[in-house]
Design a protein. Structure first.
Length: 214
């Protein structure tokens, strides 16, 4: 097949998840930046890849995918390299549970409400919405508590080996801990803090900084 192509943006949590999977598998790929916030909306060509105009999207020969979770699983199963999913049914279910938790409950309060308001808003010259941040803190705390309970004392989120759950969490935690509130909340979860310290220096994470951080 042809070299795979990832369509996305350097600031995107979900684009970075796919990039992490590609790097962990050692897959050579082409990265094409897509501006979904362009005047007039996402480019027409991208809407043909992703009917909802979001990122990332992915192409590999005749295979076309969108949604980071689907892309990451295809990357793991479609290419050689170290496995990124547990071999047993219980382990895979736990990995999927963690990914679902992150998407359904963590992304909005941790990234959109805390990181964006505390860090990104200031960078753009906008006054942070303190009420929005305050409302998000207990939600973020609950997410970290649930994640800690699932994680336990294992070296990685879903067990003894790195999985797609770790790759899904890393970009969210990266943004989250750039806010003072996020750093403090993670500091209250020793096992997760130690996990992030290991994850933050992993080669795939170091090689995929968010746009503006390199």
């Amino acid at each position: 097949m042809n070299e795979p192509v990832l369509y996305g943006a350097g600031y995107s949590v979900y684009t970075r998840i796919a990039r992490l999977a590609l790097l962990e598998k050692g897959v050579s790929y082409r990265f094409e930046t897509v501006d979904v916030f362009a005047p007039g909306g996402p480019p027409e060509a991208h809407l043909r890849r992703h009917p909802f105009g979001r990122i990332p999207a992915f192409a590999h020969g005749e295979i076309a995918l969108y949604e980071a979770c689907a892309i990451a699983r295809y990357i793991d199963e479609g290419f050689s390299g170290p496995p990124l999913q547990p071999a047993d049914a219980c382990g895979r279910a736990r990995m999927t549970q963690i990914i679902s938790l992150l998407d359904a409950y963590a992304f909005r309060p941790m990234v959109m409400d805390i990181y964006v308001e505390r860090v990104s808003a200031l960078a753009r010259g906008r006054t942070p919405d303190e009420a929005r941040i305050a409302a998000a803190v207990p939600l973020a705390r609950r997410c970290l508590s649930a994640l800690s309970a699932l994680h336990g004392d294992a070296p990685w989120l879903a067990g003894s080996a790195l999985t797609l759950a770790d790759l899904h969490a890393a970009p969210m935690i990266d943004y989250f801990t750039q806010a003072a509130e996020g750093a403090a909340l993670l500091g209250d979860c020793p096992s997760l803090r130690e996990w992030w310290e290991r994850m933050a220096i992993r080669e795939s994470v170091v090689k995929t900084p968010f746009a503006g951080e390199d």
